[in-house]
Design a protein around this ligand. Structure first.
Ligand SMILES: NC(=O)c1ccc[n+]([C@@H]2O[C@H](COP(=O)([O-])OP(=O)(O)OC[C@H]3O[C@@H](n4cnc5c(N)ncnc54)[C@H](OP(=O)(O)O)[C@@H]3O)[C@@H](O)[C@H]2O)c1
Length: 499
């Protein structure tokens, strides 16, 4: 103990620091040195952490360079290294500390990454990189919810080494466990880039809105889907053709399932929702529907009715628990979210004090995502400390799912109805029987051609817009109408949100 106190007193006089500064910057408690001088003994764990932190300061009392190790040098990783090599000096001036990339790793060492790797230590194994004593901070940009990403992040955190990652799949699946490891070891865990790429929504929620209660959050969190739906709204082009173009332009993966079927949005929503409501992350509890069934008929009718179709991720508190859903949604054309087009993302936070706040911007891309990764790195370099999920992980409430069948809202329903007398009657009678009030009924003879291709039958397109009603009633009515034999194929059902 005496040795410990002496080491601190030497540090204070050598660097000409006040006890308060030492307490604030190194011990996380401004009164630490005063308490120590009065005989309060810190635990051995705390002592070790403080001694380790003191090693970060050079002879003049300035922080030593922050050495980062980057695992994954693809779209985001390579961009991050390039930005640091190009703008490192300006960034260092802002935080009063140099940041150096001292180690990197990827699968192929020989691949040209567009920057000079000769002075940087190379690791084939991400876990060895994460465990290296030559780095102070580990950046995981490999991707994937398990495998090397999980193993390396756990290795770094367990060794009390801070971690920054852009990996939403990893966070959605293991976020609570990783936050707990980070809290136990005293390491920070940053994941700003994991939700909505370049938009600083995690920081806004965790810090800027730290005192607010979130009532609802929703957003466009997948640029691929937003590009496809926006383009379908501007041109008479099918989903399939639009997807092909998106793939050629590099906006969609060769296997687009994860994006277009809504799973990517669900991962981001799961993380967002945990931060909003201080609940455990629950990606498997999300109701998910993708955009692959959206046709030009839906886009055109929605447009005529004053709506656009967007793939939204939405989480809100209801009487039954928390509703988390991802699905195509009709949103009024005049709403702010409807005007977020192309590959852009946006997240809306509705809180008690601030009411509504919308953040929009690029949700993906190397530079935008690397900018969010850097924002976490800068926070860690400055010594900012916040629990990764906003509250300590052991205080996160268990997630209680509000069942989708009790969801209440308006619905757009499109039928391919047989062109025979009585069809409309069957549809409206069923709706009435299940207590569904209809706002409008639209018949669109101009959409015949698209429908006629369905099994070569002669059909009519009938669209219903309902007033607010419960999902379970709509489901019952649709089952009954399908069983009547008066409609062909599955009815198209799209939920309406009147923001
Ligand atoms: N791209 C975006 O716009 C974006 C936006 C937000 C979040 N993110 C997230 O950021 C992370 C990285 O995405 P990305 O687009 O940069 O991915 P990427 O282009 O596919 O790059 C992945 C990198 O990881 C390396 N890698 C893969 N398996 C490895 C292994 N077993 N050991 C060592 N290295 C391995 C690859 O090495 P090789 O280069 O040698 O093959 C590559 O350098 C993901 O979690 C992603 O979800 C990306």
């Amino acid at each position: 103990m005496k040795q410990f106190i002496d080491a601190i007193e030497v540090f204070l006089s050598k660097h000409d620091w006040t006890p308060t500064r030492f307490g604030r910057e190194i011990a996380g408690d401004p009164l630490f040195v005063f308490d120590l001088r009065e005989g309060r003994e810190p635990r051995s764990e705390t002592r070790n952490k403080i001694l380790k932190s003191m090693e970060k300061y050079n002879k003049t009392g300035k922080l030593m360079p922050l050495r980062i190790g980057v695992a994954g040098l693809g779209t985001v990783g390579a961009e991050l290294v390039k930005i640091l090599q190009k703008d490192g000096a300006a960034i260092s001036r802002k935080i009063g500390r140099e940041i150096v990339v001292s180690a990197v790793g990827a699968r192929s060492r020989s691949k040209d990454r567009g920057f000079d790797l000769s002075d940087i230590e190379w690791f084939d194994d991400p876990v060895a990189l994460a465990s290296s004593d030559n780095i102070d901070l580990f950046v995981e940009l490999i991707g994937g919810e398990d495998g090397p990403a999980l193993a390396s992040v756990k290795a770094a955190l367990s060794a009390s080494r801070p971690v920054v990652t852009a990996n939403k799949a990893l966070l959605a699946r293991h976020g609570v466990e990783l936050a707990a490891i980070a809290e136990k070891s005293g390491a920070q865990l940053g994941f700003e880039a994991a939700v909505a790429g370049g938009i600083p929504v995690i920081k806004a929620l965790r810090e800027g809105l730290g005192s607010a209660s979130v009532i609802r959050t929703y957003g466009i969190m997948n640029g691929t889907c937003n590009y496809i739906l926006s383009r379908m709204g501007e041109e008479d082009i099918s989903f399939a053709d639009c997807l092909k173009d998106a793939q050629q332009l590099g906006y969609a993966e060769s296997d687009p399932t994860f994006d277009v079927e809504g799973f990517d949005t669900a991962h981001k929503l799961a993380i967002l929702s945990s931060l909003c409501f201080a609940t455990q992350i629950a990606p498997d509890e999300i109701f998910v529907e993708g955009i692959s069934t959206i046709s030009q008929a839906d886009i055109k009718v929605a447009n005529d009715l004053g709506y656009k179709i967007k793939l939204l991720g939405l989480a809100q508190i209801s009487e039954d628990g928390i509703e988390q859903r991802v699905h195509p949604t009709l949103v009024p054309k005049a709403s702010a979210i409807a005007n977020v087009d192309g590959v852009l993302n946006a997240v809306v936070l509705e809180t008690d004090h601030v009411q509504e706040l919308m953040l929009s911007g690029p949700g993906a891309g190397g530079a935008a995502t690397a900018s969010s990764v850097l924002s976490d790195i800068l926070d860690i370099a400055r010594g900012t400390r916040v629990p990764p999920l906003g509250v300590p992980s052991n205080e996160l409430k268990p997630y209680k799912r509000a069942p989708m069948r009790t969801h209440e809202g308006g619905y757009y329903i499109r039928f391919n109805a047989k062109d025979v007398p009585g069809t409309l009657g069957v549809i409206t009678t069923s709706m009435g029987k299940h207590g569904i009030s209809i706002e409008s009924i639209i018949q669109r003879p101009d959409l015949q051609a698209e429908n006629a291709s369905i099994k070569g039958e002669n059909t009519r397109t009938i669209i219903l817009i309902t007033h607010e009603t419960m999902e379970k009633n709509v489901r019952k009515a649709l089952d009954e109408i399908a069983n009547s034999g008066m409609v062909i194929g599955k009815a198209q059902l799209i939920r309406i949100e009147k923001f």
